[in-house]
Design a protein around this ligand. Structure first.
Ligand code: FES
Length: 157
C-alpha cells in the first residue's frame, strides 16, 4: 500500500495530478500560479474554460501570469508583458502576423509558429482544481525556461 504515492517511481509521480486550488477562487481571480512537481505553471480561467501552461514565456522567460488575455484571429491568447508575443491559451502556439511582400496592399494574416509554450492539463473534481504536467515527448521552447538555472523570473530591467 502506498497511500501518499511516496513509493511511486519518480517518472510516474512527476505526471500525477496535483491540487492547486479551489474552483471558486480561480473563478474570481481568473488566474493563479502554482508549482507542480517543481515546475511553475500559470492557470487561466477564461470564458468558462481552464488553461494551464508554463509560466515563463518561450521567447525570453517573461512572466506570463502578468500578461493580458486578448483574442487574435478569434483565438484567445496571453500576451507576454515583456515583448508582446501572443500565445494561444488552448494550444500554446505562437502567433504572428505576416504580409505578402509582393502584395503590400494585402491585409496582414495571422499565422502560427507551431506549439511554443507547453500546455498542461487542468481537471476539476469536487470544486478542486488539479494540474497534470504534459509528458508530450516533443521539445517545446518553453521547456528551456521551466528547468535549470532559468527557473527564476529575472527582472527585465
Ligand atoms: Fe515574452 Fe519576450 S519574453 S515576448
Amino acid at each position: 500500500m502506498d497511500p501518499d504515492g511516496s513509493e511511486q517511481d519518480p517518472e510516474t509521480k512527476k505526471y500525477s495530478s496535483v491540487c492547486v486550488g479551489r474552483e471558486e477562487d480561480i473563478k474570481k481571480s481568473e488566474r493563479m500560479t502554482a508549482v507542480v512537481h517543481d515546475r511553475e505553471v500559470v492557470i487561466f480561467y477564461h470564458r468558462g474554460e481552464y488553461h494551464a501552461m508554463d509560466i515563463r514565456c518561450y521567447h525570453s522567460g517573461g512572466p506570463l501570469h502578468l500578461g493580458e488575455i486578448e483574442e487574435f484571429d478569434g483565438r484567445p491568447c496571453i500576451v507576454c508583458p515583456w515583448h508582446k508575443y501572443k500565445i494561444t491559451l488552448a494550444t500554446g502556439e505562437g502567433l504572428y502576423q505576416s504580409i505578402n511582400p509582393k502584395d503590400p496592399s494585402a491585409k496582414p494574416k495571422w499565422c502560427s509558429k507551431g506549439i511554443k509554450q507547453r500546455i498542461h492539463t487542468v481537471t476539476v473534481d469536487n470544486g478542486n482544481i488539479y494540474v497534470t504536467l504534459s509528458n508530450e515527448p516533443f521539445r517545446c521552447d518553453s521547456d528551456f525556461y521551466a528547468t535549470g538555472i532559468f527557473k527564476v523570473i529575472q527582472s527585465s530591467s
